[in-house]
Design a protein around this ligand. Structure first.
Ligand SMILES: Nc1ncnc2c1ncn2[C@@H]1O[C@H](COP(=O)(O)OP(=O)(O)OP(=O)(O)O)[C@@H](O)[C@H]1O
Ligand SMILES: [Mg+2]
Length: 297
């Protein structure tokens, strides 16, 4: 590694002599950056995964604002616990299964989503009981231990009684299969779920809050910086730059990632050696709260 690149990870450093287009492609790759809250939640999910099967299994609701890393976090968990061949070599074991909630709280659609995810053949007009039995049989066979249902706020489009019914279906599924169900969704989903005492204690909320302007946020910026192939250190974690990024991203990790990524691409376009506070002026940017108020016009 040359001395110029000590501020970069080894892989990033090897990108420095690539063409601008290649460097931009590298900058925009999806990456996992660890941070303390994510580590806590991954640890908690790991504990849930190891929970011995019993009639009343624990669950969890991962709640947080949009674009704040919920999906990335559960996908990370699933990559840490991938499918593997069972010891007898006859079948696959699939401990963590991730699906996206159906567009509305409808049992038939829910079974369809699961059957699609499990690559199982079925007919759309099969009876719901048949679909349910098929799902249960396959999930038992491949030994699913945790079912993660992302975008659970989708169910909020239905009437309150349909939402309740759907949550009861989930509760019954966790009981029948003795698996852990992790729901993932926005704070609105949390409100809906907490309105039903029977459900709320089965899915206690774990919240992924917005970031504060603190050392953790600055460490996150430093981690991003190590992945940006620019020849000189940008020192994104320095007070002024970090404050500017925090102001523009409003403490959301997805906004931070996009902003830093695009600033790095502008630096590559302009053949700049690093990102400075001024580079952010080159990024086409509206703060998330302003985007929302523009949409409301
Ligand atoms: N740990 C991480 N490391 C690096 N980038 C991350 C991380 N977490 C989130 N991001 C970035 O933030 C973006 C948004 O994250 P994600 O899609 O997980 O948010 P979300 O909370 O699921 O949003 P939504 O509620 O809209 O579905 C990702 O596309 C990724 O660029
Ligand atoms: Mg998501």
């Amino acid at each position: 590694m040359n001395s110029q690149a000590e501020h970069l990870s080894e892989e990033t450093s090897s990108q420095l002599d690539k063409s601008p287009e290649e460097r931009k492609e590298f900058i925009r790759l999806a990456r996992w950056i660890g941070y303390p809250r994510a580590a806590e939640i991954l640890k908690h999910m790991g504990e849930l995964l190891r929970y011995p099967p019993k009639p009343r299994m624990p669950g969890m609701l991962l709640a947080g604002e949009t674009n704040n890393g919920k999906t990335t976090l559960v996908e990370r968990f699933s990559r840490l616990h991938p499918a593997y061949d069972s010891t007898d070599g006859e079948s696959i074991e699939h401990p963590v299964l991730i699906i996206r909630a159906p567009e509305e709280p409808d049992d038939g659609r829910f079974w369809n989503v699961l059957l699609n995810r499990l690559f199982a053949p079925y007919k759309l007009n099969d009876h719901v009981d048949k679909k349910r039995a098929q799902v249960i049989q396959i999930m038992r066979r491949i030994r699913v231990k945790m079912l993660v249902i992302d975008e659970i706020h989708n169910i909020l489009v239905g009437t309150v009684s349909k939402q309740r019914q759907f949550l009861v279906t989930l509760k019954n599924l966790t009981n029948d299969l003795q698996i852990v169900i992790v729901l993932v969704g926005t704070q609105e989903a949390m409100n809906a779920i907490s309105s039903d005492p029977q459900i709320v204690n089965r899915f206690p909320a774990v919240v992924l809050h917005r970031w504060q302007f603190d050392d953790n946020f600055r460490r996150l910026l430093a981690s991003f910086e190590r992945l940006l192939p620019l020849p000189e250190p940008s020192r994104l974690a320095d007070e002024d730059t970090a404050k500017r990024i925090f102001h523009l991203s409003e403490g959301l990790i997805g906004e931070t990632a996009t902003l830093v990524t695009e600033a790095a691409c502008r630096a590559v376009d302009q053949d700049l050696a690093k990102i400075t506070v001024k580079t952010f002026d080159l990024v086409e940017w509206t703060r998330p709260s302003e985007r929302r108020s523009v949409r409301a016009l």
